[in-house]
Design a protein around this ligand. Structure first.
Ligand code: GLU
Ligand code: MG
Length: 435
C-alpha cells in the first residue's frame, strides 16, 4: 500500500454558493484532465441550499435540470497530504449549462460580467485583496496583537502561511488580532477575479488546516453577542486599461482621492444599504456593524477612518514618488458569510454607476460625532432591513438575474426563519458552528 503522501492528489471541483459555503464534487487524479476540459455534473437546485443545509421550498429550479461545474485552470489551491489524509487540489469552477455556456445564476459569472462592464464602459480594471479575520476556539486569553497569542496558533499559523505562499497567494501579514483567539491574514492584491477566488480558497485553507491541527475555527462575524467582530475588508484600486496606471490618487483633491475615485466611492455609498444585503448577509452580521465596533459605523467615505463604510487608506509616506501605486479604498462592511464574487461584483456595479452618474463623495476626515452620523443614510440594523433595502433599490435589483435575486432572497429568508426563535447567545453559537 502506498501512503497518502505518495498518492496523487484528489481533485475537488467546487463552487462558492449564496450562503458563502464551498460545495462540490471530487474526482480521482486519473480523471483530472477530462474534468478540467469538460467539468463535472451539478444540480441547479443546489443554489437554493441555505447556510444550514436546507433546500428552500419552493425552489426556483425544482427537481429537474443539470449543470456543469467547469473548473478554472488558475483558481486552485493545493492542500498537502498529511498523515492519513490525501493531498487535495481545490478547483473553483463556473456553474455552466451542459454545453459550457454561461449560467446567469452563477456568482462567478456575475463577477465576470461586472468586470467586463467596468472595462467596456469606464476603461478600468479592478485590483483587489480580501483581508480576513477569524476566531480559533479554545484559545487562551492573551494581550491583543501579542507574540504569545501568535504562538498559541502554532503550528496551524505557519502551516497556513506556508500553504498560501506555496499556492502563490502572496500572504502579507499574519497576526493575532484584538479579540481573544482572533487572528487576521492578509494577502497581496490581485486582479478582480483572482482576488475573489482567493478569498474563497483562503477560507477553505484556514478551515482545513485548522482541522488538521486539531483546532476549531470560525469566520462568523460575531462569536458572542458583545464580542469582537470578524470582518472581511475588501481593498480596492482601479487601473486604467490603456495606460496600465492606477487612477485613484490625486494629491490636489480631498483625501488625495481622484475625481473618478470619489465618484466610484459615491456609487458604493448610494447603494450602500442594498450592498449590505450581499456583503453582510447573516443574522449576526448586524451585531458586528454599527458605531464603535471598528467595523462600519455608518454609510460614509472616511479618510483613514476604521469606522467608515469605505475607507481611504493611507499612502506610503516614505515613497512619495510611488504614492499612486499603493493608494486604495477599503470596503469594510463585509464578512465571511458573504459570497466574495457577489460582493466584489456588486461593489463594481455600484461604483461604475457612481462613475457615470454621481458627483464625487464627500471625504470625511477624523471621527464622526453622533450628530454627523445622524445626517448619513441609515446603515441597515438587521438582515431583514438589509434585504428590504435591496428589494427597494430598483437599480441594484437589475444588476442581478431575476432568478438569482429571487433565490438569494429566499435563501436568506429561510436562514432567518430557522433562527427566529434563538436568543442572541444561541444565535451566535449556531452561526459560529456553520461558519
Ligand atoms: N474587527 C474589525 C471588524 O470587524 C476590524 C478591525 C480592523 O480594523 O482590522 O471589521
Ligand atoms: Mg483586523
Amino acid at each position: 500500500m502506498t501512503s497518502t503522501h505518495d498518492s496523487p492528489p484528489i481533485h475537488f471541483v467546487a463552487t462558492c454558493d449564496l450562503a458563502g459555503h464551498l460545495r462540490g464534487r471530487s474526482v480521482p487524479a486519473s480523471a483530472r484532465d477530462k474534468v478540467m476540459a469538460s467539468g463535472v455534473g451539478w444540480v441547479p437546485a443546489n443554489l437554493a441550499i441555505d447556510a444550514f443545509g436546507h433546500l428552500v421550498e419552493p425552489n426556483e429550479f425544482g427537481a429537474s435540470g443539470d449543470l456543469r461545474l467547469l473548473p478554472s485552470e488558475t483558481a486552485r489551491l493545493e492542500l498537502a497530504a498529511t498523515e492519513g489524509i490525501p493531498g487535495t487540489v481545490i478547483h473553483l469552477a463556473d456553474q455552466t449549462r451542459l454545453d459550457g455556456s454561461a449560467w446567469e445564476c452563477c456568482p462567478r459569472t456575475f463577477l465576470r460580467s461586472a468586470l467586463a462592464e467596468l472595462e467596456s464602459r469606464a476603461g478600468l480594471r479592478i485590483v483587489a485583496a480580501f483581508e480576513h479575520e477569524f476566531h480559533l476556539h479554545d484559545s487562551p486569553s492573551r494581550p491583543p496583537f501579542s507574540l504569545a497569542a501568535l504562538r498559541d496558533a502554532e503550528p496551524f499559523g505557519s502551516a497556513l502561511v506556508n500553504t498560501l505562499e506555496a499556492n502563490g497567494f502572496a500572504p502579507e501579514t499574519w497576526l493575532a488580532e484584538y479579540g481573544d483567539g482572533q487572528y487576521e491574514i492578509t494577502v497581496a492584491p490581485a486582479s478582480g477575479m483572482t482576488a475573489a477566488d482567493r478569498a474563497v480558497l483562503l477560507r477553505a485553507a484556514v478551515r482545513d488546516l485548522a482541522t488538521r491541527h486539531g483546532r476549531r475555527v470560525t469566520f462568523s462575524p460575531v462569536v458572542e453577542p458583545e464580542g469582537i467582530g470578524n470582518g472581511v475588508h475588501v481593498h480596492l484600486s482601479l487601473v486604467d486599461v490603456t495606460t496600465g496606471k492606477p487612477v485613484l490618487f490625486d494629491p490636489a483633491r480631498p483625501g488625495l482621492l481622484s475625481e473618478v475615485g470619489g465618484r466610484f466611492a459615491a456609487g458604493i455609498l448610494a447603494h450602500g444599504a442594498a450592498l449590505t444585503a450581499i456583503s453582510a448577509p447573516s443574522p449576526v452580521s448586524y451585531l458586528r456593524l454599527g458605531p464603535h465596533h471598528w467595523s462600519t459605523g455608518g454609510i460614509f467615505l472616511g479618510e483613514r477612518n476604521r469606522e467608515a463604510f469605505v475607507r481611504v487608506c493611507p499612502v506610503d509616506a516614505s515613497r512619495p514618488d510611488r504614492a499612486a501605486d499603493g493608494f486604495h479604498l477599503e470596503f469594510r462592511a463585509a464578512d465571511a458569510t458573504a459570497n466574495p464574487h457577489l460582493v466584489l461584483g456588486m461593489l463594481i456595479l455600484a461604483g461604475l454607476r457612481g462613475i457615470e452618474q454621481e458627483p464625487p463623495a464627500r471625504v470625511w476626515s477624523g471621527d464622526l460625532s453622533e450628530s454627523d452620523l445622524a445626517t448619513l443614510p441609515a446603515l441597515p440594523a438587521s438582515l431583514p432591513d438589509a434585504l428590504a433595502a435591496l428589494e427597494a433599490d430598483a437599480t441594484a435589483c437589475k444588476w442581478f438575474d431575476p432568478v438569482l435575486l429571487r433565490t438569494y432572497l429566499s435563501v436568506k429568508r429561510s436562514e432567518l426563519a430557522q433562527v427566529a426563535e434563538l436568543d442572541a447567545d444561541a444565535l451566535c453559537r449556531r452561526l459560529s458552528d456553520v461558519y
